[in-house]
Structure formats: structure tokens, C-alpha cells
Design a protein. Structure first.
Lengths: 327, 137
């Protein structure tokens, strides 16, 4: 069995469009700071996943994939999936394992842990990809922070110049649920303070402790509440795209991870945590070198166009073809 | 070939596979035309070729009146897409995405972007559009 698993390549995808949170505040009152990513009208979970996956695969410089694993908490399909379609686009068909992880912000690390186990058991190459578009309801508290994006990582047993080495995965399944969401609906947040004290805190601290990380240089903490996440790891540089992208579900984990690995020097220690209904996971990493291929997350954050409030709503909705209107 | 309408061209749509006439080198895309438009060979003998994910605008027009699921104004272009390796480029009719009108001109290099072209009921049909490279925006 392979002992150590490395991330050969990692990449993020941030859609071009943004909504200024001030523009949302103008509609519904209050104040807004920062911005959130809005998918193009012709983008969906599979197309965004492919954007991130192609970048990660190119950076990893791998020829074949043995498994493609996806994570998403907003895929609108009950039957359809993401992984197999990304695999087809990348030419990874035939004897290729696929899996789609769902239902919790923790899906990103569920997928990563599965991929790591797959690499160790079968000495294979695994692409993990996450894509999400958070639904909005006009005037809802979460509307300014509903993000969109995708991120991906390629895991292999070994690489000459890996982007990072995974040294451990700490798991903390608690069964705790406060924030929850029905299909096609917006989230019911519940009591934020209760969630922080009874759910987030115990799960994240247990997961980090089990990962064995001590005093990391950098931290990624993907959760629906940026303020809650920012206090999770003391004395580490928090790498977060929340202020520019919003909460992008399982994709936030990979966007933040890609951003962290692109910004870090080789040899730094990182703990990358994902929290969601049911618990948290903490992945311990040592950074390597990210290949200078494609656009970094930071470059994509700079490359943007603002849309109006109306477009922000319209672009997130699936358009139903109704034929040519007769005037 | 029989089968559901949107299954048949899936390799062309998602992997940019095209068909090169073995008599004259003309490239058929996305369909495998029975009669070669380059040399009129019928039935033409083709070999599959792989296209690059980039191309050059040969001409374009801006559409203002289209079905509701296409946002207007929508620039559409004839794009020459080179093969991976030697051979003639495929001349493709493509939609342009995320491109401002003042960014477009004949001779402009564009990159292929995987996007939802339309839907078949609930099911999105994904294929390629073309766009000004994101890094140049």
C-alpha cells in the first residue's frame, strides 16, 4: 500500500461575473461589503467543474485518470451526476471509477479522503473536483454571500514536484446539524452562535487535533460563515476567497486550497478544514510547487465584470426555452 | 447512425473530434458530411482528427433577435480551429461567450470554452463556445 499521497496539481475556477454586495443592499436595505461570484448564463456545474479540472490535470501533467470524484451541495440533478461527465470530457472513460459526494459542505473533504484512500489502495491517479452555485432568494440573509465556482486537485502516489503532500487527514463526524437546506431552496441558518459553540467549534478542533497539525503556517477553513471560519485556527494565515467569491459550497474548499497553494512558498505547513452538516475534516499538508500554468485564483479574482442585481438573479436561474415570442 | 439526437455528436461536441477528407484534406465538423465540401468526393473517406482548443475569428456578426435561452446581443463567428498536428483547420460556426463587442475583430485569437449551448428538456447540452482569453480581459 502507498503510504504518502501527493497533490500533483490543483486549480480553481472563478466565473467572470460578480455582484457587488452593495448592489444587493441597495435593493433590500442594510450594508454590504465585498462581492460574490455569479455564474454566466451558459455555465452549469459540469462546465465549471471541467474548467477547474482541466487546469488541475494540466498542472499535474498526468496522462491518465483512474478515478474521477466530484463534490457538490447544489447540483440540481437527483440523477445525472457530475463526475462521469467531467471524466468523459477529459477522455477518462472505460475502466474508471467515478463517485459523486453530496449533502454537506464537508463533501469536499469526503471526496478528498475517498480519493486519498483510492490512491493508497490502488496506486492510481484520482481527479477530485467540486462545483457549486448557491441558490438565492431575493432579500434572504444569505443572498449577498451566495457564491459560485469550482476547484480541483489531482492526487497521485508520488510526483517529482508536487503542489503539496498530504501528511494526514483528521476526521470528526459529530452528527450535528443546524444549518440545513432543501433541494432548490435557500438555507435555514438556525442559531449561529449555537452552531459555532456546539457544532463548528467541537468538530473543527477535534478534526485538527486528529490531523496532527501543530501551529501551521497557513489555514484554509471552508464554511458557510466566514466570521466563524476565520477564528478556527489561531496564529495561521487564513486563505479565503469568501470576500470575493462568497460561499461556494464544496467548491469553496478547493478554491481556497488552490489559492493557498499558489500563494505559499515550498515547505510551508497547511491545515485545510471543511465544515458542514454532520461534522468536519482537517487535511494536513506540506506545500510544494504549483506549476506556472493557467490563471491563478488571484488572477481570476482580478479578472471580473460586475453585473446588475437583475442579472445576478437571472444568471443563477436555469432558463427554460419557450420558443420564439410572436410580437 | 441511429440513437438519441444529442448522443450522436457527443465526441465532436465535447472532445472536438473532427473528420479530415483523405482526398483533399478538408476538415468536416461537427458532422461527417457524406460529400466532401473541398473536393466533392462522394462518399468521402475521412480520418478522425483532434482539434485544438483555440482558433482565429475569420468573420463575425452580432445577432440581436434569438430564442429566449440565448442572451442577446450574441456575437456569432466563423472560427478557423487548427488541428493538433499538421493539416487544414476546421472552419467552425461558433457562439462567442463573455466577449465585449469592442474586443472582437477579424483575425482575433479566441479560446474554446466549455459551456451550456442549450438544453434538452431539463438536461443541459454542453459543448464549446469561443471567447477572448480570460487572461487578456
Amino acid at each position: 500500500m502507498v503510504a504518502v499521497v501527493v497533490i500533483a496539481g490543483c486549480g480553481g475556477y472563478v466565473p467572470l461575473y460578480r455582484i457587488d454586495r452593495e448592489a444587493i443592499a441597495e435593493q433590500h436595505g442594510g450594508r454590504g461589503s465585498g462581492e460574490s461570484a455569479v455564474p454566466g448564463r451558459d455555465e452549469n456545474h459540469v462546465t465549471m467543474a471541467v474548467e477547474a479540472a482541466e487546469l488541475a490535470v494540466e498542472r499535474a501533467a498526468v496522462d491518465e485518470l483512474d478515478a474521477v470524484v466530484s463534490a457538490s451541495i447544489t447540483d440540481p440533478f437527483a440523477e445525472h451526476g457530475i463526475a462521469a461527465h467531467v471524466a468523459y470530457r477529459l477522455g477518462a472513460t472505460g475502466e474508471v471509477r467515478t463517485a459523486d459526494f453530496r449533502a454537506s459542505g464537508r463533501a469536499g473533504t469526503d471526496a478528498l479522503a475517498f480519493a486519498r484512500d483510492f490512491v493508497r489502495a490502488r496506486d492510481g491517479t484520482v481527479l477530485v473536483v467540486a462545483a457549486d452555485v448557491l441558490p438565492v432568494e431575493p432579500g434572504h440573509d444569505d443572498e449577498p454571500y451566495a457564491g459560485a465556482g469550482a476547484g480541483a486537485a489531482v492526487l497521485v502516489p508520488d510526483a517529482e514536484e508536487p503542489a503539496a503532500t498530504i501528511t494526514a487527514v483528521g476526521e470528526a463526524t459529530t452528527g450535528f446539524v443546524e444549518r440545513h437546506r432543501l433541494h432548490d431552496g435557500v438555507a435555514t441558518g438556525g442559531d449561529g452562535r449555537f452552531e459555532r459553540e456546539a457544532g463548528f467549534g467541537p468538530a473543527v478542533s477535534a478534526a485538527i487535533e486528529r490531523s496532527g497539525v501543530d501551529d501551521p503556517d497557513r489555514a484554509v477553513v471552508a464554511a458557510h460563515d466566514a466570521r466563524m471560519a476565520s477564528g478556527a485556527v489561531e496564529d495561521a494565515s487564513h486563505e479565503s476567497t469568501f470576500g470575493s467569491v462568497g460561499y461556494a459550497g464544496a467548491a469553496s474548499y478547493y478554491l481556497d486550497l488552490a489559492h493557498c497553494l499558489e500563494e505559499a512558498d515550498a515547505g510551508e505547513s497547511v491545515v485545510a478544514v471543511a465544515y458542514g452538516p454532520g461534522g468536519a475534516d482537517a487535511v494536513a499538508l506540506e506545500t510544494g510547487t504549483t506549476a506556472d500554468v493557467g490563471l491563478t485564483v488571484a488572477e481570476q479574482l482580478d479578472s471580473k465584470e460586475y453585473v446588475t442585481y437583475a442579472k445576478h438573479l437571472e444568471y443563477r436561474e436555469r432558463t427554460e426555452y419557450t420558443g420564439v415570442t410572436v410580437a | 447512425m441511429s440513437g438519441p439526437r444529442y448522443h450522436r455528436p457527443k465526441r465532436q461536441d465535447q472532445r472536438l473530434v473532427a473528420f479530415e477528407c483523405q482526398s483533399c484534406g478538408w476538415v468536416s465538423y461537427p458532422e461527417r458530411k457524406r460529400t466532401c465540401k473541398g473536393c466533392s468526393a462522394a462518399p468521402a473517406e475521412y480520418e478522425e482528427v483532434q482539434l485544438q482548443e483555440r482558433g482565429e475569428i475569420k468573420t463575425f456578426v452580432v445577432q440581436h433577435y434569438l430564442p429566449d435561452d440565448i442572451e442577446t446581443p450574441q456575437p456569432v463567428a466563423i472560427v478557423d480551429v487548427p488541428q493538433v498536428g499538421d493539416g487544414e483547420p476546421a472552419r467552425i460556426y461558433g457562439l462567442l461567450a463573455e466577449s465585449e463587442l469592442d474586443e472582437l475583430e477579424v483575425g482575433r485569437e479566441v479560446e474554446a470554452r466549455f459551456r451550456e449551448l442549450f438544453d434538452d428538456g431539463d438536461r443541459p447540452i454542453n459543448s464549446f463556445k469561443f471567447a477572448v482569453p480570460r487572461g487578456e480581459k
